[in-house]
Design a protein around this ligand. Structure first.
Ligand code: AMP
Length: 387
């Protein structure tokens, strides 16, 4: 694997692709984890004598500029965290050693995400103007074949940033002879998003625990009523096949035995615990129940390697955050490798009051880490010569 230390940076102008895609509400950054995760590489480059042009994206503007998806608040936060001026907007003059410049949301230009390779290359050529080399550190975007992620590194001497190298090192531990027992805990809203990772990891793990909104498709596949809970009807047959595959492989597929149900999808809805196979027709399941959370926690604590992606319930509503809190707590006790995968899961554990240091490793990239674990080739890693 190529590394940052072997890229000449002194006196050079570096284009640094970062993932600064942070949650913003009413102009305020609600979780700056991804900005913080980008600091080591920025500081490394500055100390090495480089001038830095940072390229990043926010949300999915689909080629249309808007104040809402401007990186302006991110430039401000980055400047505070670095303790130095960060200039922002179009690059007008040449950048000097020790200067940091953040470009506006790259996705305001349609060519950034275009499926047309020529269009992307054209944009990459524009971005390459006035810079000498490229450092890829936007782990959360490496699964995207985008101009700044895939095409630009081809045009310049390049290396992965410290964050990308650290992320890949951790993910390798989850795929190449992981220490056993190996447990995977999946939640979040959609089975369809996580199906490939479940399928690819099933023959590597000892325990696979499923919670969150996606669990109701599993319960439905077992023939249970799920009321008004989230359900992907078209996935039921596929889930039945997964359950059969887990049985054949002797993998323990841990499903909740109790569910915290509500009257409606609302923070203040009255809630009660019911058996997972007794969900009333008029109720909606918004969290795993306490018995299930305890079982999941016990299973996780006994593992040497754990990967977790997706909350166990609607943790944004405090009444339905307990399942997520209990499993997060269990994860902090894992003696071996524990990895929290995904921007949302990472923001969830921080919102629940945990610190990054409580966990073995918190990945900054949800989609990227899942695709890595699915065994897919990630364009942004290929472009950096990472196998
Ligand atoms: P994902 O992006 O797929 O990881 O999903 C994260 C989202 O799943 C969070 O916003 C949770 O509120 C949501 N979620 C978790 N459990 C449930 C549930 N039982 N019903 C509906 N949404 C859920």
């Amino acid at each position: 694997m190529s590394d940052l230390a072997s890229l000449p940076i002194s006196g050079k102008r570096t284009f640094l692709r970062c993932d600064l895609n942070v949650p913003i509400k009413k102009g305020e950054i609600t979780d700056d984890g991804r900005i913080r995760a980008s600091l080591p590489t920025i500081n490394f480059l500055l100390q090495g004598g480089a001038g830095i042009v940072i390229g990043a994206h926010l949300g999915r503007p689909k080629g249309v500029a808007s104040a809402e998806l401007s990186l302006a608040p991110i430039a401000k936060r980055l400047s505070e965290l670095l303790g130095r001026v960060v200039t922002f907007g179009p690059l007008t003059g040449a950048i000097s050693a020790g200067e940091v410049h953040l470009l506006e949301n790259l996705r305001f230009n349609n060519a950034e995400t275009s499926k047309d390779a020529q269009e992307r290359k054209g944009f990459a050529q524009e971005l390459a103007q006035g810079v000498d080399n490229y450092v890829g550190d936007g782990f959360g975007a490496v699964h995207r074949k985008h101009a700044s992620v895939f095409d630009l590194p081809e045009l310049l001497p390049h290396a992965p940033g410290l964050l990308v190298s650290a992320e890949v090192e951790v993910l390798r531990k989850l795929t190449q002879s992981p220490a056993k027992p190996y447990g995977v805990l999946l939640g979040g809203s959609k089975v369809s998003d996580k199906l490939a990772v479940i399928s690819n990891l099933l023959d590597k793990v000892d325990v696979m625990a499923i919670g969150g909104g996606m669990v109701f498709t599993f319960l439905a596949a077992l023939g249970h009523e799920v009321g008004k809970s989230l359900l992907e009807v078209e996935m039921i047959d596929t889930v039945k096949e997964l359950i059969a595959k887990a049985n054949n492989l002797g993998v323990e597929l841990l499903l909740p035995t109790d569910i915290l149900v509500a009257d409606a999808f609302a923070a203040d809805s009255p809630a009660k615990v019911v058996a997972a196979d007794q969900i009333p027709v008029e109720k909606i399941g918004l969290d795993i129940g306490p018995e299930s959370a305890a079982k999941f926690a016990a299973a996780i604590e006994g593992c040497q390697t754990v990967f977790w992606n997706g909350p166990m319930g609607v943790f944004e509503f405090p009444r339905f955050a307990e399942g997520t809190r209990v499993v997060a707590q269990a994860l902090t006790k894992v003696a071996g490798i524990s990895v929290v995968g995904g921007g949302d899961s990472a923001a969830a554990v921080r919102a629940l009051g945990f610190n990054n240091e409580d966990f073995g490793y918190i990945s900054t990239g949800g989609g990227a880490s899942l695709e890595y674990l699915e065994g897919k080739e990630l364009p942004g890693l290929t472009a950096l010569d990472i196998k």
